[in-house]
Design a protein. Structure first.
Length: 212
């Protein structure tokens, strides 16, 4: 019998919702319970494509809006062979942002439809679980100043939040909304319980294709 596959688990949310902290804690908790797990993040700034994206986000370069959207998508596709291999080996992947950020951020720019933004990511490995860390703009503001990178303004983040809300209506994706205003430990508990369910369910199911 083939080895049981790992689950593909994604964390999404607006800036400062605690995605990165929670991804790290989840990987640790899974590993400590004897389940192989690794963290990934998008954009993955270490690849050649990722470096182009990173320079753009740091405002060290300008890129045309469609072009950068396609680069973000290409940055996911270039990692697909690695992701599939790990999942097949039974490793659960905990991913900090995925195609949903791709669509939410670009479609928050003028002149971009959700539909156009989704197209390049159709067929990517489908997450078994996508958790959206929900945090109101007021609560986010209490967590301190925005950073210096592109997109880090409250006006843009509000537009992004609305796009996420639209994407969350899609029943083909296993969305779970997590109240990110709770303490780090309480958010972690919620995330762990959803993730353990997903890991158990995924092991007997084939990996799906996103938005297909
Ligand atoms: P962080 O590295 O701090 O998460 O910020 N983004 C991300 C996009 O515009 N498109 C995408 O496909 C992805 C994955 C969100 C990365 C910034 O890049 C944005 C914030």
């Amino acid at each position: 019998m083939a080895a049981k596959r790992g689950a593909l688990i994604v964390l999404e949310g607006v800036d400062r919702a605690g995605k990165t902290t929670q991804c790290k804690k989840l990987v640790q908790a899974l590993q400590q319970s004897g389940r192989p797990a690794e963290m990934m993040r998008f954009p993955d700034r270490t690849t050649t494509i990722g470096q182009l994206i990173s320079a753009y986000l740091e405002k060290k370069s300008e890129l045309e809006d469609h072009t950068v959207h396609l680069l973000f998508s290409a940055n996911r596709w270039e990692l697909v062979p690695v992701m599939k291999k790990k999942l097949e080996q039974g490793v659960t992947l905990v991913v900090d942002r995925y195609a949903f950020s791709g669509v939410a951020f670009t479609s928050a720019k003028p002149g971009f439809s959700l539909d156009w933004c989704m197209k390049p990511d159709v067929g990517l490995p489908e997450p078994d679980l996508v958790m959206f860390l929900q945090l109101s703009p007021t609560e986010a503001a209490l967590r301190g100043q925005f950073g210096e990178e592109r997109y880090e303004t409250s006006v843009f983040q509000r537009a992004v939040q609305q796009k996420f809300e639209h994407l969350m209506k899609d029943p083909s994706v296993n969305w779970q909304v997590i109240d990110a205003s709770q303490s780090i430990e309480d958010v972690h508990k919620d995330i762990t319980s959803h993730s353990l369910n997903a890991v158990n369910t995924a092991q007997n199911l084939p990996l799906g294709e996103l938005w297909k």
